[in-house]
Write a protein that binds this ligand. Structure first.
Ligand code: 5GP
Length: 177
C-alpha cells in the first residue's frame, strides 16, 4: 500500500530485486581472485537493507562491517558537515574493501569516508551505491558499482528514511512534505 506523502513509486520491489542481482553479479565477477575475504563496509543506517540483500548476491568470501556517519540531521538537505559517529572494527590495511552506501547525493559523505579508508592503506577500495543522484554532485567521487541513477528528488524506503521513518517500505518512493 502506498503511504501518504509518497507522491510516486520510483523503484518497485521487483525492480529493486533485479538491480541488486545485477550488482551482485558485477561485484562477484570483479572479485573472482581474492587473496583474503573481501571486507564489505556498510554505511549506517540507510544501507542496512541493501547490504543484507547485496551480500547474499555476492559469490565470494566476505566479511561484513559497518560505519556510521551523519550528514543530514533530521532535514532533507545535506549540510556538508560529515561526522564519523561509529568506526569499523576491522583493520583495513592490506585488505580488499568494498564500501556500500544507500545513496550518493552531493558526494560529500562518500568522498570523506573514501579518504578516511584510503588513509588506512587497504589493498584495494571500491565503492558501491544503490542509488545515485548525478545532478546533485558537488564532491568528485568515483562510484564503481551503481544500482540506479535517479533525479534530484528526496526519496525514502528500502532503508532510506526521513526523520527515521519510511525505512521499512519495500519500494523507493518520492517524498513530498
Ligand atoms: P551526500 O553527502 O552525498 O550529499 O549525502 C549522502 C547521504 O545523505 C546518504 O547516505 C543519505 O543518508 C542522505 N541522502 C541523500 N539523498 C537522500 C534522499 O533522497 N533520501 C534520503 N532518505 N536520504 C538521502
Amino acid at each position: 500500500m502506498q503511504q501518504p506523502n509518497i507522491t510516486q513509486i520510483l523503484i518497485s520491489e521487483d525492480e529493486i530485486q533485479q538491480i541488486v542481482q545485477r550488482m551482485g553479479a558485477e561485484i562477484t565477477t570483479h572479485y573472482s581472485s581474492l587473496e583474503k575475504e573481501l571486507i564489505v563496509i556498510g554505511l549506517l543506517r540507510g544501507s542496512f537493507i541493501f547490504m543484507a540483500d547485496l551480500i547474499r548476491e555476492i559469490q565470494a568470501p566476505l566479511v561484513v562491517d559497518f560505519m556510521t556517519v551523519s550528514s543530514y540531521g533530521d532535514g532533507t538537505v545535506s549540510s556538508g558537515d560529515v561526522k564519523i559517529v561509529m568506526d569499523v572494527d576491522s583493520s583495513l590495511e592490506g585488505r580488499d574493501v568494498l564500501l556500500v552506501e544507500d545513496i550518493v547525493d552531493t558526494g560529500r559523505t562518500f568522498a570523506k569516508v573514501v579518504r578516511m579508508i584510503n588513509n588506512r592503506k587497504p589493498r584495494s577500495l571500491k565503492t558501491c551505491t544503490f542509488l545515485n543522484k548525478p545532478s546533485a554532485r558537488i564532491s568528485d567521487v568515483q562510484v564503481d558499482f551503481c544500482g540506479k541513477d535517479i533525479p534530484d528528488e528526496f526519496v525514502v524506503g528500502y532503508g532510506l528514511d526521513y526523520s527515521q521513518r519510511y525505512r521499512e517500505l519495500p519500494y523507493v518512493g518520492i517524498l513530498q512534505l
